[in-house]
Design a protein. Structure first.
Length: 140
């Protein structure tokens, strides 16, 4: 795994989920999200691509639930694990210039509350972040 070098970062949501958006030194966009104890990092040529890849599991869950409600599949998601995985891969492929960099269960915090410092420490410890200085924006 190559390390990402962040140049700009802004926390765009503080909990449910905690999430950050920014830019990398190579010009790509980075999307970092923490929810249900799962921390993930995705990048893309556009922020939309980075978010689409980073939200692929949620989008697949919504699609399968809609199909269940419409009677297109006969069971809920748990019994359609292979269909779910195929749908996740299809959504990731739709984000033409998106890449899934990192994803790991790092806690059991169900509300998705993680500080920026904790997120950066975890990503550095996992070998995801390059040592660099970047601009962090606080938003209201």
């Amino acid at each position: 795994m190559s390390k990402v070098e962040i140049t700009d970062l802004e926390q765009t949501c503080w909990a449910c989920p905690s999430q950050w958006e920014g830019k990398l030194a190579d010009g790509r966009h980075v999307y970092i999200r923490y929810r249900w104890g799962f921390l993930r990092v995705t990048v893309g040529a556009t922020m939309n691509d980075a978010i689409k890849v980073g939200s692929s599991d949620l989008m697949a869950h919504v699609r399968l639930h809609r199909w269940f409600e419409e009677g297109l599949i006969d069971n809920e998601i748990d019994s359609n694990a292979r269909l779910f995985e195929r749908e996740v891969e299809r959504i990731r492929a739709e984000a033409e210039d998106g890449e899934y960099i990192y994803g790991e269960q790092v806690g059991d915090d169900l509300d998705g509350d993680m500080s920026t410092i904790d997120m950066l420490d975890r990503l550095r410890a996992a070998g995801v972040l390059a040592d660099s200085t970047f601009t962090f924006k606080f938003s209201a």
